[in-house]
Every structure is written in C-alpha cells, then in structure tokens.
Design a binder for this molecule. Structure first.
Ligand code: PEP
Ligand code: MG
Length: 931
C-alpha cells in the first residue's frame, strides 16, 4: 500500500526486554500497525491493520492480532522458544478481541474461536500453514451449539479443526514423516470417504450432525493410534500449538522450495495472524470467497471472483469444489449454472463492490481480497496486491494511468521484466488451432499457449525437464506441494479447482500457461494415463494448451508470437522510452534479425558478428572461400583468396547496414580462432586441396599448424588482424564501400568498426592505422570527402579494462564483451562451466551463473575501472555492452549506474531491456550521459 517500509519498533535481541513489542492488535476501527510495516508484520498482517484501522477504510475486519516476523526468526533460532514477554502480550491482545466480540476464548458458555495463519513479507500463496476454528474443545462445543443453535455447523467446524490441526501441528510441525508417504490428513479423509460411501452421500454438506459427531470421535481415535498423542482439548494448548506450527512452516518443504524459486531470503521469517473466526459455513446464508478488484487473467477493469456457499476459506483455495461466480462477468462454461453472489445476496455484493472501489482508490493497485459472509454479514479477511500475469500487468498499469490512479513512473514500476517477457511468449498458431482435435475445456487460469509431453507427478516433471524435455504437468487437483513440478513444466492442467485455487495463483504469478477445473478429464494416476475427448493418453504423449481460452488439444501444435500486434504493449514501452536514459541496441548478424529488432524498438546494432555469415543459410560459398583464405600458404595466396571473399562480405554487411539505416551499426571484425573453420570431412578437405592446387597431405599439414591447445586464448580476435593485416583491410574495405554506396542511395548509414579481444593499446594503434589507410583509399575511389563512422574496440580482456585510459586515446567507443570478460576474469571456460556450475550454485559458492548476470563484485569492478579510466581521457567516450548480459535486467541496472550509453541484446530481449533501462533510471536517477 504505502511505499515506504517502516522498520517497526521492535527488536528481538535478548528476548526478555519488557518494552519490546511483539504483538500488534487490529479491529474495532483501530490498529497498532500500518500497511508500510510489512517487514515486521508480514504482508497479510500489515494489510489487515491498514484495512481495519486506516481512517479511509475501517472495513469490517474480524478483530485479531499479528505476532511479528522477528518472533519467527527468534523462535527458529532458539530451539522453538519464544521471547519471554510474548505470552503476556498475546494474552493482552486476546482480551482485546474478546472485548470487541463479546466472547471469551475457551469459555464454555460463549466461546471465541480464532484462526491462526501465516503471512510473510512477500505473499507465498499456500506455501505455509493455517489452522482454523482454534478454541473448539469438548467444553466449548456445547456453548457454541447453544449460542448458534446449529449443532451441525459446530461439529463440521470441529471436524475441520481436527483435520487441520493434526496435519499441521501434530504431524508436520512435529517433524513426523508419515509411513509410506500417507499423512494423517489422508488417513482421516479415508474415514470420511468410507462414511460417505456407506451412506451414499456425495457432498460433505449432506453429512448429518450425528455422522459428523461420529466422524470427530473416529478421527481422534485414529490420531491417537497413528501419532500416539491425544488431540489437545484446551483452547490455550491449541492456540500455542497453532502459533508454533505456523512459524515452523516457514522452514517446511514447500515454503523452502518456493523461496528458492522466488529469491525470497530465508532470514525474513513469517508473521502469525490470530484472528477471530468469521464463519462462511453457517448455512446457506453464509459463504466464503476470493475476489480480485480487476481481472488478474487479462487485466480488464472488472470485478472478478468466486465464492462457495456454506463453506470455509480453505475450500475455495484448496480447489476441492468448483466455486460459483460472484457476478455475471466472472461466469464461465463451468460455473454458469451456479447462482452469482450478486443474485444470491445483492446487498452483500453491493457492499463488496463498494469496498473494491475504496480499496483500489486507497492502495492504487489491483487487490486480491478474501471475504466471508457469516449469516448475511460481510467480513474482510485479507487484502493484498494481486498476482497477475504479464498481459494483465501491462493492461492494468496503462488503464490506471488513464484513470489517473497512478503516474507514468508507477506504470513503469508495475510491470516486471519477466512479466513483459510473457507478452513475448507464443500463442498457438490460429490456423492449426481450428483444425486441432479438442480434448477438453477448463478454466483459463494462465494465458498463452504451451505444448509438451504429459507427466502426472511433480517428480516426473522435474526429472523430465532436467533431461531437456518440454512437459505439461497434469494433476487431479491443485496442490501447493507441486510447486517444483509446476515450475519445471511448460504448463499445468488440472481436473479440479477454480481460478483462485493455488495452482492458478502460482501459475499466474509466474506467467505460466495453466488450465484448471477440466472436469471431464479423468486421470488414472497409477497407470499414468488420462482419458479426455474420448481418447486415452499416456505419459509422454504430446498435448497443447490454450490457456487464454481454457482449451486443450491433442498433439504438438505450432506456436507463434503474440506481442507484435499488441498496441498496449507498444504504448507501455513508449512510456519506458520517455523515462530511460540508456539506449537499447541489438546483437544482430542478419538483415532479418535487424528488422525484427527494429520492430521491438532497437536503436541500432551493438554487435554484428561478421563470422556468422560463414554459418547457417547460404553460407557454403563464402565459407569455402574463407577456408581457402585460411589455408593459404602466404600473403599473396591469401590476398587472392580474400579478393574472392570480398564481394560476399560486402554484400552481407551492406544488407544489414541497410536494414538498420538511420541507426548506428557496430561491426566487429573476425573474432574466432581460424581452426574453427577448417573442414573435418575428408571429401571437403579434398575439394579444398583441389581448389588450392595442392595435395591432401599438404592441406592437412597446413591445417595442423592452425591447431591450438587453448584456442579461446589463442590466435583469435585482433591477433588475426595483427598477423594477417590483409584480413582486416578486406573487412574494413567492405564496411566503408557498403556504407558509401548506401549513403549515395540516400540512406543514413553509421558504421562503427570494432576490434575484438585487445589487451594492449598498441594492438589498437596498429589496426587504427590500417583502417585509416583503407578509409582514405575508399574515399578516393568513390570521390567522397568522408564517410561518417566510428572506430573503437571491445573491452573483454581484464588487461584492457585496467589500461582503459591508454586505450581510450585510440578508441572512439568501448563495448564491453562481458562474455569473454567473465571468462577471463573468473578463469571459467564459458563453454564448459555447465560441468561444475550446479555444484557451485548448490553450495552457495556462487550466488548465480556469472555468464547470465554480471558479477558486480569482480567483473563489475573491472567495468567500473574501465569506464572511469576511459572517460578520464575522453569525456564523451561512447560506452556500451554487447555481451549476453546486455539483456539481463540486473546487469542493465548496473550498466545504467556505471554510466554506459547503451546496452545491446538479442532482438527478443529488446523490449525487456527498454523496460529494465527505464526501471534502472527510476531506481537511480543519476546524471544522464551524453547519448
Ligand atoms: C563477448 O565476449 O562478450 C562478446 C560479445 O563476444 P563473443 O561472445 O562473440 O565472444
Ligand atoms: Mg568476445
């Protein structure tokens, strides 16, 4: 909500100081906390406080209190002990709830029941534990029955408490590993299913009071039998058991995996929220639901949500029953026959809509709300900034700008680079989709298309993914335990669950394609098979999902790009452009790539690797000629071969300069070690030998002299131009001639000649002289006074970085080749790091792959030194980056801070770089360098 994070006033250092505040109350129009105290109170606690206590809101929040995240950290570090004053503070806060509610915790006549929930700084949906209905005991049951006159409701609540408590507190938090993987919850559910089967009952809501009573007794017996402990029968014991279990769940398996994936630090800890229960299961005038103030799937400014009549919150998020829509807008094929909340209870719906409006005005962002209606009275249980996918994030930000809810700078901060990336993700080719075999339909929980091979378990998803396979995780229902499998899968497909079930929330947050609630699909887990659309599909069969429509098809269908036509996407990026100070270029070696990058907004080419014309399509002829050049005996033979090669090189460069006309194009001279181009097949070698007029043996001898033990540190880059000046001359001539000819055609052409892999200024001087000589010759040949161009170098060898002040005297620009700079800075082979990197990451020796994100401490320092030294002798030295890091948001942030003029990345990363550069400007609005 509010932007600034307050540190909060409490400190847990000794754990016994009286003035430490560990517990923050809320309710009755007042609250100790605020929205900006998320670090201390967790997201949920801080927002509950804001909803309950802020003067613009004062919403109907059931009273409660939050135990701070610092207590969690203390608890986990001190053998599950609490700071000494906690107990008294909890008792005090409980008394406040009792006063507001007019009930008493543990009282036989008028008992108060509470929920105990987690709440970390950043939302971790479904990853930690919750216990509801705490305070129900043999003693209080009777009081509650008398009070409510509804024994069925009371025993149903008791059954739920026993199930949750035994699972969360008595088993998981106690560290008990269930035998053969079947936990106590599953064991209790067996009893429930058996009873339902015997009585011929389908829905839980049809179980009679008597049967619920019997179930509760059987549950307790089974718990004693399996866990060897009595189910606790005092409210206090239940409360503290619940609190400890929620704190412990911070270190549970799911939470741990989720934190790894989301990059959430282990030290944060979770808060615990204890709150008076509001019952959505008190009959047909009660319900519970989840709503979003705007549609999180596509961003439309429409109230969107689901609810379940006569149910508790866990039923909605667990995705066990398919929920009903709150309004007409939220209807889908699956729930259109169920009554909407607006029909069922127009008064409550209106109140909820009004709260939606007030919350958005106050929080200035889309909110995800949890609510409960207890016998016609609305209660707000939670509100937080809602997770959304990329398309929705862009749409909401742009709409909120139009609505004047937020400004341009907020718009840029509202979309993460990875959300934007989702817009660049594929959709199914519509031409194929119309013809495809439809297997089934479900709820469109995460948009876009995905294709992959079916797997039925998280373990399979993870292991198949590791083998490089594309998988679709197919599950009966959504389960937060599946988080790693969901991550590994291209998409998720479930038979049960609604739009707000865990899988849907998590998938949406990650921008994954996801379809839930495909009720016609049947899964046979033991056989690893599914039945859908009249077919039986096995593990490994290909299917394709359209997550936008909620449809899935047989076989692998072709995917195409979605972003290029999206106007909002382009408008959003224009806003980014108006803020960023870094220019964005692209690494492109073909006119096609250059054209694509222009559509994505590239402002020039930062790296054109000349050698690419010798790979791939139409490369046979130039490659043959290059090989002749490489295997020439002497300079005169080489010059002949180069003259032959020249037209190809010129044509290629000219086409790309043309495709990028109006913008600068950095053309790097030949870089790889020459032996890479030597043919390996004998017939190719023979053909080459014939063409050179030599015997095969002679050719083999020549090729052998090119072989190197350490080619990446061998005869490559500028070293080739030093030994074979004619190679540099040919390339530079091709560049200048292509530029003049295009200029004569009226195009604006700006080539930048770039020398790779230098380590000394003397290398650059040598190449500068050659370049100048050819430049004069070309000017003379074409009778032009000059050819606009720049001459510069890559900085990719540590010595070059450290002597950048000397080098800058000879260069008009620097471009950091961070691939090689990382390779040589670390001494890690960029081609072989995969062999040991996983161990380095797992042992925490490296925080991440340094070839993906610039290592700020080491490589970043080299860059910083080079920038400072370079600019110390040439104030306006143009500086950019063309290593792979140029498309990585964290590295872009660094490039901005260090004062580069531009970053260059692959065409598909250009939009992401435009956004990341704008965010970098907002994060550190430093002096803009001259562009
Ligand atoms: C680099 O080293 O960062 C670079 C861009 O050059 P290449 O990847 O071609 O070696
Ligand atoms: Mg390099």
């Amino acid at each position: 909500m509010a932007k600034k994070q307050s540190k909060g006033s409490s400190r847990v250092s000794k754990g016994n100081s009286k003035q430490n505040k560990y517990v923050y109350s809320f309710g009755g129009g007042k609250a100790d906390g605020r929205a900006d105290m998320k670090n201390l109170l967790g997201g949920k606690g801080a927002n509950l406080a804001e909803m309950a206590g802020h003067k613009n809101l004062r919403l109907p929040v059931p009273p409660g209190f939050t135990i701070t995240t610092e207590v969690c950290v203390y608890f986990l570090a001190n053998q599950r002990k609490y700071p000494a004053p906690l107990k008294e503070q909890v008792n005090g806060a409980m008394r406040k709830i009792e006063q507001i509610m007019g009930k008493k915790f543990g009282d036989a006549e008028n008992p108060l029941l509470v929920s105990v929930r987690s709440g970390a700084r950043k939302s971790m949906p479904g990853m930690m534990e919750t216990v509801l209905n705490v305070g129900l005991t043999e003693k209080t049951i009777q009081g509650l029955i008398k009070k409510t006159g509804n024994p069925r409701f009371v025993y149903d609540a008791y059954r739920r408490l026993i199930t949750m408590y035994s699972d969360v507190v008595m088993e998981k938090a106690a560290g008990i590993e269930p035998k053969d993987g079947k936990g106590i919850r599953a064991r209790l559910e067996e009893i429930l299913h058996e009873l339902k089967k015997n009585k011929g009952i389908k829905n839980d809501s049809d179980i009679s009071t008597e049967d619920l009573k019997i179930l509760c007794a059987r549950y307790k017996e089974r718990i004693k039998e399996i866990l060897k402990k009595e189910f606790p029968d005092t409210a206090q014991e239940q409360l503290w058991g619940g609190i400890g279990a929620v704190f412990s769940s911070w270190n549970g398996k799911r939470a741990f995996s989720y934190r790894r994936i989301e990059g959430i630090p282990d030290e944060w800890g979770t808060a615990v929220n204890v709150q008076s229960m509001a019952f959505g299961n008190m009959g047909n005038n009660s319900c519970t639901g989840v709503a979003f103030t705007r549609n999180p799937g596509n961003g439309e400014n429409q109230f969107y949500g689901e609810y379940l009549v006569n149910a508790q919150g866990e039923d909605v998020v667990a995705g066990i029953r398919t929920p009903a829509p709150i309004n007409e807008y939220s209807q889908s094929d699956h729930n259109k026959d169920l009554p909407t909340l607006s029909q069922l209870n127009p008064k409550v719906y209106k109140q909820l809509e009004e709260i939606r409006y007030r919350l958005e005005q106050h929080c200035k962002d889309m909110q995800d709300l949890e609510f409960t209606v207890e016998e016609g009275v609305l209660f707000m249980l939670q509100c937080r900034s809602g997770k959304r996918n990329g398309p929705a994030a862009v749409r909401m930000a742009m709409d909120m700008l139009k609505e004047k809810l937020i400004g341009k700078e907020d718009v840029v901060q509202r979309v993460t680079p990875s959300q934007l990336d989702e817009l660049l993700h594929p959709i199914i080719d519509p031409k194929e989709e119309v013809k495809a075999k439809l297997l089934g339909k479900g709820l469109p929980a995460g948009p876009g298309g995905a294709t992959g091979q079916i797997v039925f378990t998280t373990e399979d998803a993870v292991s198949w993914h590791k083998q490089g396979k594309q998988v679709i995780l197919v599950r009966e229902e959504t389960n937060p335990e599946d988080v790693e499998g969901m991550r590994a899968a291209e998409a998720i497909l479930t038979a049960r669950g609604g739009m707000t079930s865990h899988a849907a929330l998590v998938a949406r947050g990650w921008g994954k394609c996801c379809i839930v609630g495909c009720s016609e699909m049947e899964i046979d887990l033991p056989k690893k098979q599914m039945h859908a659309g009249g077919l039986t599909l096995k593990e490994g069969d290909w299917i394709t999902l359209n997550g936008t429509k909620g449809k899935f098809y047989h076989y692998r269908l072709t995917m195409i790009d979605a972003a290029q036509e999206n106007k909002l996407f382009h408008d959003f990026l224009k806003i980014c452009d108006s803020i960023r100070s870094l220019k964005i270029r692209t690494n492109a070696d073909t006119p096609e790539d250059a054209a694509k990058a222009r559509v994505f907004g590239a402002e020039g080419i930062g790296l054109f690797r000349t050698e690419h014309m010798f790979y791939g399509k139409h490369s046979e002829e130039p490659l043959f000629k290059l090989r002749k050049m490489i295997l020439s005996k002497d300079s005169s033979e080489r010059r002949r071969a180069l003259a032959d090669l020249f037209p190809h090189v010129k044509k290629d460069i000219k086409a790309t300069l043309d495709a990028m006309h109006g913008y600068p194009v950095t053309i790097r001279l030949l870089d790889p070690p020459l032996h890479e181009f030597v043919p390996h097949h004998q017939d190719q070698q023979q053909e080459l030998a014939n063409s050179l007029g030599i015997a095969l043996e002679e050719l083999e001898k020549r090729a052998a002299t090119l072989r190197e033990s350490n080619p990446m540190m061998g005869h490559r880059g500028v070293r080739l131009g030093i030994t074979y000046p004619e190679v540099t001359e040919m390339q530079v001539r091709a560049i200048f001639e292509a530029a003049v000819e295009l200029t004569k055609e009226g195009k604006n052409i700006f080539p930048e000649v770039m020398i790779p892999v230098i380590c000394s200024v003397n290398e650059l001087k040598d190449q500068a002289e050659l370049t100048q000589k050819v430049y004069r010759e070309v000017c003379l040949k074409y009778n032009v006074k000059g050819i606009p161009h720049l001459f510069g170098t890559m900085i990719e060898v540590p010595r070059a970085a450290l002597t950048a002040d000397e080098i800058a005297l000879e260069a008009e620009f620097f471009s950091f080749g961070t691939n090689d700079l990382t390779q040589m800075g670390f001494g890690f082979s960029r081609d072989d790091i995969g062999g040991f990197l996983p161990d380095y990451l797992q042992k925490g020796i490296l925080p991440e792959d340094p070839f993906q994100s610039i290592d700020l401490k080491g490589i970043g320092q080299l860059i910083s030194i080079a920038v400072t030294k370079g600019r110390s002798v040439k104030k306006d030295l143009k500086i950019g980056i063309c290593g792979e890091h140029g498309g990585d948001p964290a590295s872009i942030d660094f490039c901005h801070k260090v004062g580069m003029n531009y970053v260059s990345c692959s065409p598909y990363r250009v939009p992401i770089a435009r956004l990341a550069a704008a965010q970098a400007t907002l994060n550190s609005p430093i002096k803009k360098w001259k562009k």
